[in-house]
Design a protein around this ligand. Sequence first.
Ligand code: MSP
Length: 633
Amino acid sequence: MDNAYYITTPIYYVNASPHIGHAYTTIVADVLARYYRLNGYKTFFLTGTDEHGDKIAEAAAKAGVSPQEYTDRISEQFRTLWPELCVTNDYFIRTTDRNHVETVSGILQKVYDVGDIYFGHYEGFYCVGCERFYTEKELVDGKCPDHQTTPEHRKESNYFFRMSKYQDWLIQYIKDNPDFIRPERYRNEVLAFLREPLEDLCISRPKTRLTWGITLPFDDQYVTYVWFDALINYITGIGYPDDVKFKTFWPVSQHLIAKDILKPHGIYWPTMLKAAGIEPYRHLNVHGYWNVDQSKMSKSLGNVIKPLDLKDKYGLDAFRYFLLRDMVFGLDSSFSEDSFVQRVNSDLANDLGNLVSRSLTMAMKYCEGKVPAFQEPAEGEGTLLETSRNALAEVEAGFRDMSLHKVLIAVWEFINAANKYIVSQEPWNLAKDPANKAKLDAIIYHLLESLRVIAVFITPFMPGSAEKIFLQLGIKEKEKQNLNSIRKWGELRAGLELRKADALFPRIEIKKEVPPVEKKTDFLPVKPEITYDEFEKIDLRVAKILEAEQVPKSNKLIKLKIDIGEERQIVAGIAQNYKPEELVGKSIVIVANLKPTKLMGVESRGMLLATDAESGLCLIGFDKEPITGAKVR
Ligand code: MSP
């Protein structure tokens, strides 16, 4: 069923409280679910908690309570967090739920009956943090590569799932379905695992050592290995085997995870499904890791970022926007409060907030607070409409292939086009002469229509702010505001009563502990005079950035491919303020005749111009689109 959509998050372990990493995955899932729901898809969004296993039993013992008491407590923290982040999951599953326990038991029996589970002996190194055995070869200096702890040596009899039997099938399946695991780097990673012989999976733990788990249906002396239990949540959550939800949603199932749990999802789960006679899921979508100020987030480093702290300090929509905009899906991202504030101020307070506020102010002033009549767009609206069409195409493509940061980049191009439209049309000048009323009305209409289109685009990301825009536009039936409603320009109804409200995103003032003396620009003495001829020797040019990438091993340098009428490569020390992907397409100013040099071994033929902003470095830009290669005088 193709107008159905099913998205899942990992079910989170209840041994720690929710942090920004959990919030990111769940908010991405929410953005997807909201988008598909809004656009008429039957949608199901599942999240929950993973509650069995050694790790949880240990955490409960440490807290001095029973595992059940402990899991109840932490699971509740997750369950109640999501509505606070406006997450609209349709169901919250716990692996201690009775129906889940029954389903796991049923699947185990099924796989056992077809002969894919056998009893065997095992000896190996067990890492409790990972809940899995390691071979000696996989350890680094005798330690778990992820947790840096020495695993226990364990020798025990256990049940095994004949995973090796499905190795060739899985390789072929991944090859036949190129977007089964995406982005491609993770597909390749799974294929690389599969180049080594796949071992059978130990799927039980003897009760003599662990009782906190689901008892095997065919041997009550054992409980189920936590991953064999947890993965099954994705089908229990939609009522496998008989519920109609399972029939509707399983064929369109998409999992969302971070790279840490790629192996269980990319290898164990499809082979388990195959053995149980169930179709594989449709897509596994894998994102990168949030680090904090370039380091791994950890309790011991004391740098764990709590979602509610950010929400309370800066507002929910700003938090949701930052997470979605800052992380390139599939790659790691580093969280810092500075970059958060910088982005919120520039993208939300400046670009979007100002656009809404200026447009509404003008509409109140020039059009008596009502949406004026629609007039056919003319040449002056050409760029505005073209950017809007382009944004729509990018939004649809970005949602299809999971590049949500690209969706936001395209939407912001449109927001900026609308801001430029105001500058180029100068409505305040037209307003001086009543003879221009029709033209002025047309401009205000197109601006208000732009706001409606923008609100539709941002609805899944920032539902609260989108709603505020609809309210200001006097639109009551916001549920009808979806992609179909913006395919044709001019659907905003004339005569709607506008309501100007407070700023959507107030600027965040950064309270700098350092006194302003730090601003070196204020105090630099002006250099000795030069003649015009001397100035003329410097060839300043407008350059368009074609490509940008981080210089390997450098956290400051970005390599840029630019166009100044000819193609060039330059290297710039701006990586702490700009991400490579947000630079592409920008016009900048460069010194074109500076002697070439090498920075970290990379050639630079020219130098870009930048200056200091309150929040860091900022590039010299333009208030109109300049001509690439033009001389800067
Ligand atoms: N219980 C297992 C998952 C079972 S799914 C059948 C588990 N739980 S977890 O609590 O450790 O959650 C891991 C997931 O949380 C990651 O895959 C990711 O979705 C999210 N994140 C946790 N830390 C993260 C970051 N630092 N950055 C991004 N996401 C991360 O594994």
